[in-house]
Design a protein around this ligand. Structure first.
Ligand code: CMP
Length: 139
């Protein structure tokens, strides 16, 4: 089925001018960027987005990092987009990511791992609604 998923190009990647190279990976995989904007999240906004990880030991560090510099939030659309995006991103820890994936090529560490992608249809729906109104999704 055609799906939509929420993607974030993280501060370690925007800082190194990797937005275009990362978007090329998505587009080459057949994922269409149907919405996109650059934002500088506040710590409150980043904390709310990652609330599900609140009890994890890395939560504070994760929130500080995501609010440290601009991010690019985007909606990717395509056949099986949620799984396809996770494939293109590679494993969370770049040390475990397959060759050719975004995290293998660009990520600096498990925290500074260049991209976020929704992990399931329900979270994709919630995460898209967190950043975008229906009017901003141009399929
Ligand atoms: P993401 O897909 O954005 O979802 C949660 C993030 O937490 C994850 O990517 C990682 O970047 C981050 N994360 C996971 N494990 C650690 C860790 N041990 N230290 C710091 N950040 C982590």
């Amino acid at each position: 089925a055609v799906e939509r998923t929420l993607s974030i190009i993280k501060p370690d990647a925007t800082r190194r001018n990797l937005t275009g190279k990362i978007n090329a990976k998505f587009e080459e995989a057949g994922l269409r960027i149907v919405a996109q904007k650059r934002l500088h999240l506040s710590t409150a906004q980043a904390g709310k987005f990652y609330e599900v990880h609140k009890e994890r030991p890395f939560y504070g560090e994760l929130v500080e990092f995501m609010a440290s510099e601009p991010v690019v939030v985007q909606v990717l659309e395509g056949e099986g987009a949620i799984a396809k995006n996770r494939e293109v991103m590679g494993a969370t820890n770049p040390a475990n990511a397959d060759a050719g994936t975004i995290r293998k090529e660009f990520a600096l560490s498990v925290g500074e791992n260049s991209v976020h992608g929704s992990d399931a249809p329900e979270t994709a729906k919630e995460e898209i609604a967190f950043f975008f109104s229906g009017l901003e999704l141009v399929g």
